[in-house]
Design a protein around this ligand. Structure first.
Ligand code: HAM
Length: 443
């Protein structure tokens, strides 16, 4: 028993809440990355990569010390030199830090940036919730016009649509420093009068951030929130006009949205527009948030820059992939190879190793498996990889200075001089392409 126990203890395994991305899944990841890059290019976003480790103060100041993400979920540590650092739980604060630090406010505004990378939150792992997860995100810094909010909401919708997912946008305005304090007073009073019906967490929220009670998942709190005063009814004139303009642009773009007074977001930097992106779940009545975003007009100043409006969003890649798999959406397979290099015997393997590299460097789509010894195995692999020709090198070919070319379509094999193989294979490949395109035209 004790032996078993110690074995278990010594077994090295995946850390709780973390996930390996295995080779089989990589084509899904490639598909998402390609779509994100593509849409970013169309809309004029430049890529930014900021470090995974930032100073803890950045998130405390930027995201908010009282938010769950910062107060409960952050991986923080102190280095031997005494620096207080954290693994980034999100990227808006990091991107804004970089924007300020690199003087991007002197560039033509707005600055449009996008990113993709891993993030860390020490939350309770469950379906769709990991401790290391990936996000892609888009940020526009230096523009207050509502058209940009609408465009970003549209991008968050289109990127999922391009992947084959029909998302729902839920949108709200959380006001600004002008109108929100007054609304918070009204909201606090509302919940204060019903305090006995609130869950334990919400009683705490009532003191620190009553807005967050609106998105509590507890049934009792939710039913109280249905009747709660709404931010949209307490917006100042400027915020109201901004919100109306965002909705008008969305109407113009024909992007559907649900007005949802419960969208308040879990991070402190938001002002005005806030939205979340949902996909209906298989479980009835349950919606899964794939992403979220909003305007954060005060963040640049909070982090030490001059007042600069901004807006952005991020989407969780694991959640997107889960939905793609649930909806049986598969990535397009990688293109087939043209040539397989097969080898039989020690001498042939040496020569095949060289031939493979020469063909690859020559720009040909060539593949191999040097650890296989038998011809049948190698022809099977060549077949699976969709190759048009297999080049076979055996003992006889080595002594004759030749190569055997096998046409994988009909099995016909021909002997070719080793030194002429590159030209010969190119000629045959071109011929095959021409023949196939003619056949396509006829049919
Ligand atoms: P967020 O709503 O905290 O926003 O995260 C965005 C998305 O990241 C979520 O909707 C979810 O898909 C994914 N996500 C968050 N936590 C986890 C987790 N533990 N496991 C798996 N996926 C997760 C932000 O992070 C803001 N920075 C978005 C933003 C950009 N706002 C303005 N600009």
């Amino acid at each position: 028993m004790s032996v078993k126990k110690s074995n278990k203890k010594n077994k090295l395994q995946l850390v709780k809440g973390m996930k390996d991305i295995l080779p089989d899944e990589q084509n899904y990841w490639d598909m998402v990355r390609a779509k994100v890059k593509n849409i970013a290019r169309s809309y004029g976003f430049a890529r930014i990569d900021t470090p995974i480790v930032e100073s803890t103060g950045l998130f405390k100041r930027g995201v908010g010390e009282d938010t769950d993400v910062v107060s409960k979920e952050m991986y923080s540590f102190v280095t031997e030199g005494g620096d207080k650092l954290s693994l980034r739980p999100e990227n808006t604060a990091g991107v804004v830090r970089s924007y300020i630090e690199h003087g991007m406010l002197n560039l033509p505004q707005p600055v449009k940036l996008y990113y993709m990378g891993p993030f860390f939150r020490h939350d309770n792992p469950q379906a769709g919730r990991y401790r290391q997860f990936w996000q892609f995100g888009f940020e526009v810094i230096g523009e207050s016009e509502a058209v940009i909010d609408a465009q970003l909401i549209a991008i968050s919708f289109y990127v999922l649509k391009d992947l084959g997912l029909d998302a729902e946008i839920h949108i709200n305005s959380v006001g600004d420093n002008n109108c929100r304090p007054q609304y918070l007073k009204v909201l606090k009073k509302y919940y204060q009068d019903r305090k006995d019906d609130l869950c334990h967490d919400c009683v705490e929220r009532l003191a620190k951030n009553p807005l967050r009670i609106l998105d509590c998942k507890n049934k009792k709190c939710q039913s109280l929130s249905e009747e709660a005063p709404q931010m949209v009814d307490h917006l100042c004139e400027a915020c109201k006009n901004h919100f109306m303009a965002v909705l008008e642009y969305l109407d113009e773009l024909d992007v559907k949205y649900n007005l949802n007074p419960r969208i308040v977001r879990g991070l402190d930097y938001y002002t005005r527009t806030a939205w979340e992106i949902f996909l209906p779940s298989n479980e009835e009545g349950k919606l899964n948030a794939l992403g979220g975003g909003g305007r954060y007009d005060d963040l640049v100043e909070t982090l030490g820059g001059r007042p600069t409006p901004a807006v952005g969003f991020a989407i969780g890649i694991e959640r997107v992939l889960a939905k793609l798999q649930e909806n049986k959406i598969t990535p397009t397979p990688a293109p087939d190879f043209d040539i397989y290099v097969a080898q039989l015997g020690v001498e042939a393997r040496k020569k095949a190793l060289k031939l493979f590299e020469e063909l690859r460097q020559d720009g040909l789509q060539v593949t191999e498996n040097m650890s296989k010894k038998g011809l049948k195995d190698q022809l099977d692999i060549a077949d699976k990889r969709g190759t048009k020709y297999t080049l076979i090198l055996g003992q006889k070919e080595i002594s004759d200075g030749t190569v055997l070319i096998r046409d994988m379509e009909n099995g016909v094999q021909e002997i070719v001089d080793y030194n002429k193989i590159k030209n010969e294979i190119r000629k045959r490949l071109e011929h095959k392409v021409m023949k196939n395109s003619k056949l396509k035209k006829i049919s």
